[in-house]
Design a protein around this ligand. Structure first.
Ligand SMILES: COc1ccc(S(=O)(=O)N2Cc3cc(-c4ccc(C=O)o4)ccc3N(Cc3cncn3C)C[C@H]2Cc2ccc(O)cc2)cc1
Ligand SMILES: [Zn+2]
Length: 330
């Protein structure tokens, strides 16, 4: 039997409900007892990065409490220099990147000890060029991207062995042109974003077969217009980001059907609460809200959204303010 790997879109989809999405994000986490607020404490720093970046894209950053956020980040920096997701939590490279991204958006890098952040990230690199996520030793190519993105935002890529880091990423490339989380792991759109992002920052995009990889990426688009992360999977709005950002860096964004994808993304809006969910009809969250908006930003729609930088997943004006020029194939 043919397995169902796609969804039916409703006949009509709502317009972009920007005010509702802004209110959804601004009120997320105000009720400290709210179920989702408690359930996401372990990734609070990333949740704040997703919400603040989405609000900035909508031109609502001045409605956020800048001082409260900066105070929280400073309190989350630990003895090791690494930054934790929440107070009293352990530091991790995922949350160290999220914190540095937020500080760059607020133009407030001087509110934490940068030298100690650099030391923490440097200590994560292994002899084979790979990176651990924290002191417990888990290796994942995601952490290589986090390390390189964090250090490049701080203009301190000099402290790690970039060549070895690139060597490890290329060991994660598969015969289908895609990338997995470790050598031999299956290709996944999220891992392709991390590897292409790292190669973009370090100026090594010539190492990939752009046509073969872009073909694998645009194969992610389904009849519903949505994109999935691997063959045989259901579409999900966050894959719009992983796939579109990589295709943009590879200079082949035009290979996807823009109109159908825009329709899918708009169908993922929650017209009641505001925000985007992974698929039409599911619960909205800040993670999918950011990636619904970044997809519309990358697709050059007429909606009043700021440009997103495909390599760093941060507003383009912030990357320009930092004088960063991540490479792209044209
Ligand atoms: C709801 O189940 C999960 C599963 C994994 C995670 S995760 O932290 O490993 N992560 C990010 C992620 C976050 C959310 C979410 C809900 C509410 C908030 C508040 O900010 O954020 C939801 C999902 C999610 N996932 C899981 C996912 C998304 N689409 C399909 N799935 C299975 C992604 C996951 C991995 C990740 C991706 C990017 C990143 O920067 C960090 C982690 C979180 C919740
Ligand atoms: Zn998703």
């Amino acid at each position: 039997p043919v397995l169902k790997h796609d969804i039916e879109l409703p006949a009509s989809v709502p317009e972009l409900l920007l005010e509702k999405h802004a209110n959804f994000l601004l009120s997320y986490g105000t009720d400290k007892d709210e179920y989702m607020y408690c359930m996401t404490e372990h990734m609070r720093m990333s949740g704040m990065y997703w919400g603040l970046t989405a609000l900035d894209l909508m031109g609502k950053l001045e409605q956020t409490n800048r001082n409260e956020v900066l105070e929280f980040i400073a309190q989350c920096q630990t003895e090791s220099g690494g930054i934790a997701a929440s107070l009293q939590h352990d530091p991790h490279i995922l949350y160290t990147l999220s914190a540095v991204q937020i500080l760059c958006i607020y133009n407030a890098l001087d509110t934490i000890d940068i030298e100690k952040v650099v030391k923490y990230v440097k200590e994560r690199q292994q002899p084979d060029g790979s990176f651990t996520g924290d002191i417990w030793g888990e290796i994942d190519m995601r952490f290589s991207f986090c390390a390189v993105a964090t250090l490049s935002l701080l203009n301190r890529l000099d402290v790690i062995d970039v060549e070895k880091a690139v060597e490890f990423v290329m060991k994660c490339m598969n015969f289908d042109g895609g990338f997995g989380s470790k050598p031999g792991a299956e290709s996944h759109a999220g891992m392709i974003y991390c590897s292409i992002g790292l190669l973009s920052i370090t100026g090594n995009l010539h190492l990939v077969d752009a046509d073969q990889l872009s073909w694998w990426l645009c194969e992610r688009q389904l009849p519903s217009g949505g994109l999935n992360g691997r063959p045989e999977k259901l579409p999900d709005v966050c894959y719009s980001w992983w796939v579109l950002s990589a295709l943009t860096i590879l200079g082949r964004l035009h290979w996807v059907n823009k109109e159908q994808l825009v329709k899918f993304v708009l169908a993922c809006q929650d017209t009641e609460s505001g925000g985007f969910s992974d698929r039409p009809g599911d619960i909205a969250d800040p993670f999918h809200t950011l990636f619904g908006l970044t997809a519309l930003s990358l697709l050059n729609t007429d909606y009043p959204l700021k440009k997103i930088n495909p390599t760093y997943c941060m507003p383009e004006y912030v990357i320009q303010r930092l004088h960063l020029k991540p490479a792209r194939l044209d």
